[in-house]
Design a protein around this ligand. Structure first.
Ligand SMILES: [Cu+2]
Length: 178
């Protein structure tokens, strides 16, 4: 009896991913939303999309109540060498068994016309729509993963690596393309 009820609880947990949509073929790794401050009018969402399936898939649309418009963007260098954001209406393809990173300076989900200010630590609901896998709903934290925060000053949130004071603050070059 005790074993059975425990099994039932485990089973209940195992069904949770199914609620989020085709979690077995597409996996979203470390999503986060970045805003330049609580009064920012736009923001961007970043993540790595892994396609565990046997066929390519494509992120074709993103929806969120947090913004008036949500678009898939990338960066391209114009003739003058200036990086510009452009809308990518056809979306982002993720090859079979491949991963595609949406990252600063490259592909990203653009949140235009934020409905309200976003502050670090809260979560934004975003629905990713894939051509084959369908909809995947996420709660995406506002902020930046520690690994991506190096050398940036867009946040001044307290208490996120205090006690890290001295030490390796030198030379993290060669990462930024612009
Ligand atoms: Cu953009």
């Amino acid at each position: 009896m005790r074993f059975l009820s425990r099994a039932a609880i485990v089973a209940a947990f195992l069904t949770l991913p199914a609620l989020a949509g085709a979690a077995e073929t597409i996996r979203i790794v470390e999503p986060f939303v970045r805003v330049s401050g609580p009064t920012a009018k736009s923001g961007a969402a970043f993540m790595t999309i892994e396609n565990l399936g046997a066929a390519p898939d494509r992120l074709i649309e993103v929806r969120s109540d947090a913004a008036q418009r949500v678009e898939l963007h990338t960066h391209r260098q114009d003739a003058a060498g200036v990086m510009q954001m452009i809308h990518v209406p056809e979306g982002f393809e993720i090859g079979a068994g491949a991963a595609r990173a949406l990252a600063r300076g490259g592909d990203h989900v653009m949140l235009m016309g934020l409905a309200r200010g976003l502050t670090e630590g809260e979560e934004v609901e975003i629905v990713l729509v894939f051509e084959k896998a369908g909809e995947i709903a996420l709660k995406v934290p506002v902020g930046a993963p520690a690994a991506a925060a190096e050398g940036q000053h867009m946040h001044h949130g307290a208490g996120h690596d205090a006690g890290h004071g001295s030490g390796h603050s030198s030379g993290h070059g060669a990462q930024q393309s612009n």
